[in-house]
Design a protein around this ligand. Structure first.
Ligand SMILES: [Zn+2]
Ligand SMILES: [Zn+2]
Length: 350
């Protein structure tokens, strides 16, 4: 049993996104049915639509920064009720039995978590469809509660860009007084600045473009370091407690390793592709570490949302209608967005 609903997706890797009809399963005992109000536009959406990671299944209906209202719940659902504002992020299921799932790290599920779109649909067969659609049916364990003091349209990007940057800052224990560098100012970087600032760190925006300095300070950076300025880079050598690297493409990370203090860590969250060769000396001298991090588990995502409620943190967003999506993709690709597009899903209904 399933329901046909309106969605927006791509039929192949060269096609524009266009209206289409998809199926959603009926509400099972543990399911929550959500009418989608807003959906963020993540860089991964574009990678998947264009098959950059060579694993796309068409049609692709992207969207994993979903905000909406509960319109129905299954009989075993206790946590959610009709009318409640909720969110869904990058995953909608996992095995729940492996060591990662037992540690609340479903994103690293050893049997493979189920991505919100382009994942294997256990219920209807075929693959999952994301938030560029009217509604979605999701297991209650993968539904998040949204603090009601936050502007819902600006909350959407927290479900991916937010947790992607919060999780490493949280996991590596960034605290008051730490000197933290955020590398790259885009959808991820702008959230990194806000979180590190709220955690009490001394935040340094590290960017190639001097014209981003003013905005970085408005977002909460205390200093701006231009990575092309060799003198300035030298002055900051060996001084950072933590670096969050949000650059979305392969690049040379050696200059950043030099910025780390002894025993300090740089965490990569943006580039899921080869990097330039790393010089072992940079790591050996000072016992430095380079690590990676993928989104966050469901429990930590809720912790992040609650932190945002407490500190009044949301994304800086630009609202678009569904039929502006192809133009928005071009603008994301050329870094022309401050700092996240969010689709008003009401525009899909008309
Ligand atoms: Zn994303
Ligand atoms: Zn698992």
């Amino acid at each position: 049993m399933s329901t046909e609903i309106k969605a927006y997706g791509a039929r192949d890797k060269t096609a524009d996104l266009e209206p289409m009809t998809i199926k959603r399963r009926e509400v099972g005992p543990k399911d929550v049915k959500i009418e989608i109000t807003y959906c963020g536009v993540c860089h991964s959406d574009i990678h998947q639509v264009r098959n950059d990671w060579k694993n796309s299944v068409y049609p692709v209906v992207p969207g994993h920064e979903i905000i909406g209202h509960v319109v129905a719940v299954g009989k075993d659902v206790k946590k959610f009720k009709e009318g409640q504002l909720v969110g869904v992020g990058c995953m909608v299921d996992s095995c729940r039995e492996c060591s990662a799932c037992k540690d609340d790290l479903e994103q690293y599920c050893e049997n493979g978590m189920v991505p919100t779109y382009n994942g294997k649909d256990k219920h209807l067969g075929g693959h999952t469809f994301g938030g560029y659609s009217e509604m979605v049916v999701v297991d209650q364990d993968f539904v998040l509660t949204i603090p009601d003091n936050l502007d819902q349209k600006a909350v959407a990007p927290l479900l991916c860009a937010g947790i992607t940057t919060f999780s490493p800052l949280n996991h590596w224990g960034v605290k008051e007084g730490d000197k933290v560098g955020i590398i790259g100012l885009g959808g991820l970087g702008h959230m990194g600045i806000k979180f590190a600032n709220a955690m009490g760190a001394h935040v340094v925006m590290i960017t190639t473009s001097p014209d981003k300095a003013k905005d970085a300070k408005r977002l909460g950076a205390h200093e701006v370091l231009i990575s092309k300025d060799e003198e300035a880079m030298k002055e900051h050598t060996g001084s950072f407690d933590f670096l969050l690297n949000t650059v979305p493409v392969g690049h040379d990370i050696n200059p950043y390793i030099n910025l780390l203090k002894r025993d300090a860590t740089m965490v990569l969250v943006g580039a899921i592709e080869p990097l330039d060769a790393v010089h072992g000396g940079g790591l050996v001298m000072g016992r430095k570490r380079v690590a990676g991090s993928l989104i966050g588990g469901i429990a930590e995502t809720q912790e992040m949302l609650d932190f945002c409620g407490e500190h009044n943190i949301v994304s800086d967003v630009e609202i678009i209608n569904m039929d502006n999506i192809n133009e928005a993709y071009d603008r994301v690709t050329s870094s022309d967005v401050k700092y996240r597009f969010v689709i008003d899903m009401n525009s899909l209904k008309n």
